[in-house]
Design a binder for this molecule. Structure first.
Ligand code: FAD
Ligand code: GLY
Length: 374
């Protein structure tokens, strides 16, 4: 039996960021990870910090995304100082390409309301796109330039959070699957694992796409479900574009090591491992439409993982009223890398006992009309 202040279940980017921010506050934290740190979505991700490109309407989500994106430059320096790991923050910006006039008009509209929120967004006609990125295909209809949408190495970010947390005293146990919860009255007091029992005053469910599965062990119906994504990595002779390119059908993310990451499919309620030939075919078709010269690039690798989708598209972050001491940080869907800094910082505040009004729109209790306690 081992006792901590906080048990974090799940060693993805969300669990590792929470552990880092809690350890900074001096909490005794253990992260229990079924497989390896960053084994799943957090290493499969393309690493885009798409606070603007991924948001198609105003609301609390884009505000959270903009705040989180702004944290990266300082966070990158801080994590490098603590761990020597470079998260490879690339600030060249992103071009959201339109294929036709209807899409161009929608993107111009988006630029308008995003500018009203303080985001930078410029419409570029096709000629300007080709002057800046000559390898982009001929049949586009302009693009929205988002100078502040950036990208990082997702596996490095996850590992840097974990190592920085460890340097501050957090413990990480890999190969340690949580199989159940210890409950005393309406209070969670710990967890059962394949490696024995752990006790703590607070338990955080940061188990990505598996959060719904684990919550069911408590009789709680948490609407988090898998959305499988398949991706490819290419090695061109020389990088054909500096900016991240994003179009309906695919995105192309130029990484620091010379690879281009091509992503990604979306397959709901699919936990299956592996990559289908049809997915490779579709991504290859879209990638070469966007940048025709990629037809000559070498295919280096392909992979898949599961995003944590949520019932209403917003993440679930906060405590569960049904079980005292139980917190959830999950359902970050397509934006868990982007949202990892703000999630870690706000969840650590909440667990430390501070009121965090910014988390109100994301409270997991918004769904728990359907929660049933055993
Ligand atoms: P995960 O990384 O899946 O971590 C959850 C962990 O919990 C896993 O390691 C798992 O082993 C562990 N676990 C599960 N059950 C248990 C248990 N019972 N006991 C112990 N441990 C357990 N986001 C962006 O911001 N930008 C992008 O460009 C981007 N691109 C993406 C591309 C693809 C192809 C995919 C699949 C995702 C992408 N995402 C992107 C989304 C992002 O990857 C996720 O939102 C994020 O990684 C979720 O992090 P997580 O820690 O919640 O989940
Ligand atoms: N944010 C990119 C993806 O989830 O594929």
């Amino acid at each position: 039996m081992q006792t901590q202040d906080v048990i974090v279940i799940g060693g993805g980017v969300i669990g590792c960021s929470i552990a880092y921010h809690l350890a900074q506050k001096g909490a005794a934290v253990v992260v229990l990870e079924r497989d390896r740190v960053g084994a799943h979505a957090s290493s499969a991700a393309a690493g885009m910090l798409g606070a603007q490109v991924e948001m198609s309407f105003p609301g609390p989500m884009i505000e959270l995304c903009l705040r989180s994106r702004a944290m990266f430059p300082e966070l990158g320096r801080e994590l490098y100082k603590r761990t020597g790991l470079d998260i490879e923050l690339n600030t060249a910006g992103l071009l959201r390409v339109a294929w036709d006039r209807t899409e161009a008009e929608q993107l111009r509209d988006r630029a308008r309301w995003q500018r009203e929120l303080g985001g930078r967004a410029e419409w570029w006609e096709t000629r300007s796109v080709h002057e800046d990125e000559p390898e982009v295909g001929a049949d586009i209809t302009g693009a929205l330039f988002l100078p502040d949408d950036a990208q990082v190495s997702a596996p490095r970010l996850t590992m840097a959070f974990a190592r920085a947390a460890q340097a501050l005293g957090a413990r990480f146990l890999e190969g340690c699957e949580v199989t159940g919860f210890l409950i005393d009255g309406d209070q969670v007091t710990g967890v059962e694992t394949v490696d024995g029992t752990f006790r703590a005053g607070a338990v955080v469910l940061a188990t990505g796409a598996w959060s719904g599965v684990l919550a069911r062990r408590l009789g709680i119906n948490l609407p988090v479900y898998p959305v499988k994504g398949e991706s490819l990595a290419l090695r061109p002779n020389q990088l054909p574009h500096r900016k991240t390119l994003f179009a309906h059908g695919c995105y192309l993310v130029p990484k620091a090591d010379g690879r281009i990451v091509v992503g990604a499919t979306e397959k709901e309620h699919d936990f299956s491992p592996g990559v289908e030939l049809g997915a490779i075919h579709q991504l290859a078709h879209e990638a070469t439409r966007l940048v025709p010269s990629l037809a000559e690039a070498e295919v280096l690798s392909y992979w898949s993982s599961v995003r944590p989708g949520s019932g209403d598209g917003l993440p679930l972050m906060g405590h569960l009223a049904a079980v005292r001491g139980l917190y959830v940080a999950s359902g970050h869907f397509r934006n868990g890398i982007l949202l990892s800094p703000i999630t870690g910082a706000l969840m650590a505040e909440l667990i430390a006992g501070t009121a965090v009004p910014e988390l109100a729109p994301f409270s997991p209790d918004r769904f728990l009309g359907s929660a049933v306690r055993r």
